[in-house]
Design a protein around this ligand. Sequence first.
Ligand SMILES: [Fe+2]
Length: 259
Amino acid sequence: MAEVEFPWVLALVALTLITAALLHRAPELVAYECNKALIESLAVAVNVRDRITHAHVARVRIYAAGMGQLLYCSPAELQALHDGAILHDVGKIGIPDHILHKPGQLTPEEFTVMKTHTVLGAQMVEQIGAPLLISVVRSHHERWDGGGYPDALAGEEIPRVARILAVVDCFDAFRSERPYKAAFSEAESLCLLMAGAGKQFDPSLPALFKRHLPEFKVRIASMPAAHFLFLGPEIMPAQAVAAAPATGFAAPSRERLDA
Ligand SMILES: [Fe+2]
């Protein structure tokens, strides 16, 4: 019995000591991690509803970190990119199912509602107290040409972390099958990125991404298999997944890609 209990006692003592040390040295750090963990849980819930996979998040994190390093981003920017990979769409938790799961094109009224996920998400992550992360969440749908949302920022008015996340998240969205579109090939996805340079995206980023994609793919290939689990069917009843509008098939829609 002692052989079984000892590691647990040791672990509990270690956890208590670490927690006490953290609370003594940096209570704001503990609060940050607790808030982030809570909001990440919400983000996972949203991703399940939106049928976003661990693999998508893991790939976006690798692309974002790689681009951040190539652009000499600060540690705070790199942290915002890492956290933003999972949290940028957390505001979708406030979007009604009939809009979030609608196969095919949204009506203008529905798209107006969908666009609010950026502002809702920013309000949620404000609780974490990380300004650059708020920028990622609020501004990941801004466009270089000023035609994005929610603030119609243009060019370098858009925080750099949001410009980076927009490119890498869109590339992986192009490559992924979604309820409203089939997956594009790598070549097609890169063409879409390059076509968006200077319009949707920071003009310098698609070419940089394209140039370094082979090394990003090497990093992705070395990821543990656990990163490629799909959240949905593992924890949702099969009949619910089968019946969900998210499984419908529809023509690719730029409007939905922008959401
Ligand atoms: Fe989004």
